[in-house]
Design a protein around this ligand. Structure first.
Ligand code: ADP
Ligand code: MG
Length: 634
């Protein structure tokens, strides 16, 4: 090791950390005891990592295999110390883990801060405050650590007052693991009392599967040195359900999920048979800040016989990446590498079983607690939709869990299930009608809905970016086909009216020349020009041919850098009952005819939330017509 690395260094925090610290101290002050939960949580993680690494290299334990956490306090020095004999950190690791936030999504998190304290303190919970919560109660924090398996001289001492920088130096540290010492702020004397610390440890960390020891309180003035274990120290998921309180479940969730808020729901179940495993899985209440990252940081933790193996966001399928908790199995080999686990058939079975349980849990919520299910759907609905695309085995079950906005439901909320929809279909209705648009507003007011509204036919309204894929993979639900109302000929099947059909044919004959003339105006810009059967109020709309790529899908593909081969052309549909369309039929002079035809086309683009290719020409035509009208009205 060279001289510069060994000597003491002062390093500035990433600017984000300084900002984070300020915000955190401010917004979490009323909750300050959580620092102990976070430090114990880190200590437990460190112990579990070591236990796992020791499976393949026993020497890492250095003859000390009794992993534990120790909480100490010193009223004279005014310090609280949390010590573990876990995996420890190298100098490099300390600098990477503490002092930088090298997490993807960090920038987005900071951008999302509003300056509104109430809102930001919620966000900070989602982000996870972890180690930095120490600074809520401490004006100086010292971390001393030595990585398992390295010589005592390679210890590291890190110290900071939480104000912009920290120092780091190499020290000799015989004990493996990490000790974090908080130098308490002047008003924080309550944490210098043993019973108060014990109370907090019990409240937050009873379930930590590792003994947490404290000095035994002797009678006043005595110098009692004995230790006692102050938590239950048994893995929560191994206990029977009757033996676990709601508080225990909640506290454990906060530890495994690195979350601040209570979970929305949990499932705890033991599966016996050829493959044995226990699941303790939670649904969070709120989306984590990295929900949409390609490489999320957290996932479900896998244990084999109570030994932590890995935390892998890919343990469950991607569409269930919001689930947190523990899967512990007796049927997996203890000494396996992550790589082997990835292709392990027993693990595949466990995974499939876990997916079924989670879906069961969601079904149960949807059925018995609509309000909670709505909370779930608002946070994770778009993610669950991916299940229809990804998980063909469970597609039907996932499809039943979907919720949509609908013309049959006034609120913008997504409340309507496919089952609800089918149950109230009109007599003779053979399809589930839907519309994908750019936003709820665009969907709700789309001209494509007009005839369906008039006939009282419900249409599901979709606008999530994932919806195009969703409907691409969901061609039917329990035998009822899904049909876009903005694509192909609108086939109302038995709902159509024969008299109307006849009348429409007659009108078409009368319009034949006009339609031909419009086609000349647009050339091969459009696939066809037709009289519409779906409009009642609007003059025109654009419709995609069956199987054509929608405009939205096209722009999504383009944005993601994928080649789009055949840019699809729309069919331009006109409403023959509309006065502006009738004007076309009156054969005005050519310039006027073209202006009007183009205006109708551009309006149709705008009405579905699209962008005009040539806005200046639109304005020019619009003004020409407007001026003519105003002149005529004089
Ligand atoms: P999180 O626990 O969510 O990762 P923290 O801020 O609590 O975030 O901790 C940051 C990182 O610092 C941890 O991921 C871990 O790598 C490291 N760390 C913190 N405390 C310890 C410890 N006691 N032993 C080993 N590593 C630790
Ligand atoms: Mg932590």
């Amino acid at each position: 090791m060279n001289e510069t690395v060994q000597s003491k260094q002062t390093v500035g925090f990433q600017t984000e950390i300084t900002q984070l610290l300020k915000l955190m101290i401010h917004s979490l002050y009323s909750n300050k005891e959580i620092f102990l939960r976070e430090l114990i949580s880190n200590a437990a993680d460190a112990a579990e990592k070591l236990r796992f690494q020791a499976l393949s290299d026993e020497s890492l334990l250095e003859g000390d295999s009794e992993l534990k956490i120790r909480v100490d306090y010193d009223p004279e020095a005014r310090t609280v110390t949390v010590r573990d004999n876990g995996v420890g950190m190298t100098r490099q690791e300390v600098m990477e883990n503490i002092g930088t936030i090298a997490r993807s999504g960090t920038r987005r998190f900071f951008e999302s801060l509003t300056g509104d304290e109430a809102k930001d303190s919620q966000l900070i919970g989602q982000f996870g405050v972890g180690f930095y919560s120490s600074f809520i109660v401490a004006d100086r924090v010292t971390l001393e650590t030595r990585k398992a398996g390295v010589p005592a001289e390679e210890g590291v001492r890190w110290e900071s007052a939480g104000e912009g920088d920290y120092t780091i130096e190499s020290v000799t540290q015989p004990e493996r693991g990490t000790a974090v010492t908080l130098h308490l702020r002047p008003d924080e004397d309550e944490f210098l009392q043993g019973f108060r610390l014990q109370e907090i440890v019990k409240k937050f960390s009873d379930h930590i599967p590792l003994p947490i020891v404290m000095r035994k309180e002797g009678p006043e003035g005595s110098k009692e040195e004995a230790e006692e274990v102050v938590n239950r120290a048994s893995a929560l998921w191994t206990r029977s359900r009757e033996d676990i309180s709601a508080e225990d479940y909640e506290a454990f969730y906060k530890h495994v999920a690195h979350d601040f808020e209570a979970p929305l729901a949990y499932l705890h179940s033991r599966v016996e048979g050829t493959t044995e495993y226990t699941l303790l899985l939670y649904l969070p209440r709120r989306a984590p800040f990295d929900l949409w990252d390609r490489e999320p940081r957290h996932g479900v933790k896998l244990y084999v016989r109570r030994v932590f193996i890995m935390e892998d966001p890919k343990l469950l399928p991607r569409y269930l990446r919001f689930v947190r908790g523990v899967i512990d199995s007796d049927s997996l080999p203890l000494n396996v590498s992550r790589e082997i686990l990835q292709e392990n058939r027993t693990l595949d079975r466990i995974r499939a079983g876990a997916v079924k349980k989670v879906l069961g849990q969601l079904e149960d919520l949807a059925k018995n607690d609509a309000e909670k299910y709505q909370t779930f759907w608002a946070a994770f609905g778009p993610v669950l939709k991916e299940g229809v695309i990804e998980d063909s085995k469970n597609r039907d079950r996932v499809a039943k869990l979907l919720r949509f906005a609908s013309t049959g439901d006034d609120s913008e909320g997504q409340n309507v299930s496919l089952q609800d929809y089918v149950a109230r279909m009109q007599e003779g209705q053979e399809k589930i009608y839907y519309l994908v648009a750019d936003s709820y507003q665009a969907a709700k007011n789309s001209p494509h809905l007009e005839i369906l509204k008039q006939k009282g036919i419900e249409v599901l309204l979709l606008w999530d970016p994932v919806d195009e894929w969703l409907v691409g993979h969901l061609s039917e639900f329990e035998g009822t086909p899904l049909q876009s109302v903005a694509q192909g000929d609108l086939d109302l099947g038995k709902l159509a009216d024969e008299g109307e059909d006849k009348a429409h044919e007659l009108v078409e004959q009368g319009f034949a020349d006009t339609l031909a003339k419009i086609k000349q105006v647009f050339g091969d810009k459009v696939a066809d020009v037709k009289l519409s059967r779906r409009l009642t109020d609007s003059p025109a709309c654009l419709v995609l041919e069956d199987n054509a790529l929608s405009r939205r899908m096209e722009s999504i593909l383009k944005a993601s850098g994928q080649p789009v081969f055949s840019a699809s052309k729309p069919v331009f549909e006109l409403n023959p009952k509309h006065p502006l369309v009738k004007r076309l039929q009156d054969a005005p002079e050519q310039q006027r005819f073209e202006d009007l035809a183009w205006l109708l086309y551009d309006q149709a683009v705008l009405a579905e939330g699209g962008q005009l290719e040539d806005p200046a020409s639109f304005v020019g035509r619009f003004n020409r017509l407007l001026q003519d009208t105003l002149t005529a009205a004089k």
